[in-house]
Design a protein around this ligand. Structure first.
Ligand SMILES: Cc1ncc(COP(=O)(O)O)c(C=O)c1O
Length: 380
């Protein structure tokens, strides 16, 4: 009998998802900004302590909103680590920005703040700090550099909801920050995101941009007697059906995070000995960072060992994945003269990183299968 496949990811219901979707229908408001959307906003604002949160249709769209709010124009430069998802920079390139790729630190795989300053020019408009695996970038230094050069710092916190840096939640450092509720994230509604704002100067314009460039929110609040087109914008607000699903997940924050902590610790403890013997590096979380248990990755000793392990696991119906390919070497990255050797750490990590199955319902029996398949593998 063949073993049941273990997927890389699988979304799960945690409580009141369907009940709240029915309630949204009963209330008769399933377009954007209904009751559940505002409950999600309140939850994010209260739990994180951000000035204002707005749900969006994805993290990608929240990043696009950030680019619009920062008035990114053709020829502006935006610095981002090369080891990230395309949206971290594509959202800014859409507005005409030139991407400037920075290498990453070898320990946290986050943007290397030491290399950042040499990339700044008079055209630099923003630095995008991606908290890889929800482990914080060196925000103290990055904010200092931003302030010295008058450059906005945006946190792409797609992985990092409830992660902390020096005791403070990720997403509360930059003038703007973005979250993802894609099905691969700790909290999901399938596709979704949020824009977090820590600077009040963006609050009102963000509402307008999210509502197709209209002042419709002011109209609903009775502040104007009709609404009209006042700025650039698009339709970045999700249906209240999705917000209902998401709020049901938020309600189980502690349970979800505890399950994921158990999964992460199980991998970390049970793979430690094998990792040392095989020259494999397990995730590193600095003492001043608290991680949100989003993913478990390993850095294999070589590309060849990584590819062999993926095949070895696949033969046992276990799906492991790798990401990201260096952005500076992508087809798009090369348009801005991306070259091999430009971001050496990114290139090496990208060849060697491997992510293990990780989802809320991954129980210990399934995880034991993943671990025993790995520990029988010899990297040499
Ligand atoms: C770092 C990072 N930023 C942005 C995104 C885009 O998120 P979404 O799928 O919600 O648009 C992802 C996707 O996983 C990501 O990993």
């Amino acid at each position: 009998m063949t073993a049941k496949p273990i997927p890389f990811n699988r979304a799960s219901l945690v409580g009141n998802e369907f009940k709240y979707i029915s309630q949204a229908l009963e209330i008769g408001h399933i377009s954007g900004d209904g009751r559940f959307t505002s409950q999600c906003h309140q939850f994010l604002e209260n739990e994180l302590g951000v000035g204002k949160a707005l749900l969006t249709t994805s993290c990608t769209h929240a990043l696009e909103m950030a680019a619009l709010l920062l008035d990114i124009q053709s020829g502006d430069e935006v610095i981002v680590s090369s080891f990230t998802f395309v949206s971290s920079i594509n959202a800014f390139v859409l507005r005409g920005a030139r991407p400037v790729f920075c290498d990453i630190r070898a320990d946290t795989l986050n943007i290397d703040e030491v290399k950042l300053e040499s990339l700044i020019t008079p055209r630099t408009k923003a630095i995008i700090a991606v908290h890889y695996a929800g482990v914080g970038c060196e925000m103290g230094r990055i904010l200092e550099i931003g302030a010295q050069h008058n450059i906005a710092v945006v946190e792409d916190n797609a992985h990092g909801l409830f992660g902390k840096f020096r005791g403070k939640y990720l997403g509360t450092f930059g003038c703007l920050a973005t979250q993802s509720f894609h099905e691969t994230k700790n909290f999901t509604c399938g596709e979704g995101g949020a824009l977090l704002m820590n600077d009040p100067r963006y609050f009102e314009r963000a509402e307008i941009i999210r509502e197709k460039g209209t002042n419709r929110n002011r109209f609903f609040r009775g502040q104007v007697d009709k609404y009209t087109w006042v700025d650039l914008g698009s339709s970045y607000l999700p249906s209240d059906v999705l917000a209902a699903f998401l709020f049901a997940q938020f309600e189980h924050r502690d349970q979800i995070q505890a399950q994921r902590r158990r999964i992460w610790n199980y991998y970390n403890e049970n793979l430690a000995e094998w990792a040392v013997k095989n020259g494999v590096r397990l995730p590193f979380v600095p003492g001043h960072c608290e991680q949100p248990w989003h993913m478990f990755y390993m850095l294999m000793p070589s590309l060849q060992a990584r590819q062999r392990l993926i095949a070895h696991l696949k033969a046992q119906e276990i799906l492991s994945v790798f990401h990201y390919l260096p952005l500076h070497l992508s087809e798009m990255g090369k348009r801005w003269s991306g070259k091999e050797g430009q971001c050496g750490v990114t290139e090496s990590v990208s060849d060697r990183v491997l992510r293990l199955p990780f989802y809320n319902e991954l129980n210990e029996d399934l995880q034991a299968r993943v671990v025993s398949a790995i520990v029988e593998f010899d990297c040499a």
